[in-house]
Design a protein. Sequence first.
Length: 158
Amino acid sequence: MIHTSRPVANRRVEWLLRGVLALASLVSAALHGILWVVVGSSPVGPLFALNAMSGLAIAAAVLSWRHRLPVWFAIDFGVATFASYVLATVQGVGRQYNQVWTPPEIAGMVTDVLCVVVGLLLLTRYPPVFGARPREEPGEEPASCDCARCTGLTAGGR
């Protein structure tokens, strides 16, 4: 057994950050879903639908699977959507240039940046610990373990 589990306070902060990451992904997915309905059959309409569905899947994965992969997906989701918005503003997509800064567009940029920043924070400060039991709450009995550290055996086998 690997004894690297985190204290309860760190786990609470980690799940708070995961919740913020999932919320940012959900808001971005909702905005892209609204854009998909508004844009409809333009050449970029299916891409808005893809972003809406992937944002929902990423939010569910971040909350249900404690692994690095969903966090990486959220980071990539934020980078890709922010980069595509900047590209649409600067270069134009489908002979249309986006020059308007509306509240939904600003909210989309904020959620994309939030996905990247919170995702990187989760990966660097709170990496998942595999094979470790969570620490007990204060006042609970310690979990039984048969490793050398918990049983009091030394390196010589005593």
